[in-house]
Design a binder for this molecule. Structure first.
Ligand code: MG
Length: 168
């Protein structure tokens, strides 16, 4: 069954958003590493890699459905950020936007009785729960450290332990 054109177009738009997230997080990783916060940089590089994987999952899905993949331009991400806190808050805000975007495609797929796309997006719905949780947890930790005068270095060491594919 051929994929609805509007649904395919929305998935193409989402591929752009995932690659834009990859680019944004990669820029954040560079900002951290430039400041000597290598643990934060490591965490952000893995975060970026996950976005590339998300984009490719949608890319493969469109190809599997016989639809065209139309890669779109990616805006230049910011180079500089105000603080560690600002960056992690921006990640949390960004992930909430991504979730809303996934939900919008899901809704569109539902309107078109596109069960295959809904099924494919189920994975993304669950993934976004994890993405939002890990971003919000990080905001909480940075906030706690700021509030209690703890060392960013301790958190940096903890973040450095993250394994590929893990969200903590
Ligand atoms: Mg993503």
């Amino acid at each position: 069954m051929q994929i609805n054109e509007q649904v395919a177009s929305a998935v193409n738009d989402q591929i752009q958003k995932e690659f834009a997230s990859f680019y944004l997080y990669l820029s954040m990783a560079a900002y951290f590493e430039d400041q000597g916060l290598d643990g934060f940089g490591h965490w952000m590089r893995l975060q970026a890699d996950e976005e590339r994987v998300h984009a490719m999952k949608l890319y493969d899905y469109l190809l599997d459905r016989g639809a065209r993949v139309r890669l779109q331009a990616i805006e230049q991400p910011p180079v500089d950020f105000d603080s560690v806190k600002q960056v992690v808050e921006e990640v949390a805000t960004h992930e909430a936007k991504v979730t809303a975007s996934i939900y919008a495609i899901y809704e569109l797929a539902t309107q078109h009785n596109d069960f295959a796309t809904q099924d494919h997006l189920d994975w993304f719905v669950q993934e976004q729960v994890e993405e939002e949780k890990s971003a919000n947890d990080l905001v909480d930790k940075v906030t706690l450290i700021e509030k209690h005068g703890g060392s960013l270095f301790m958190l940096d060491r903890e973040l450095a332990k993250r394994q590929e594919g893990a969200h903590e």
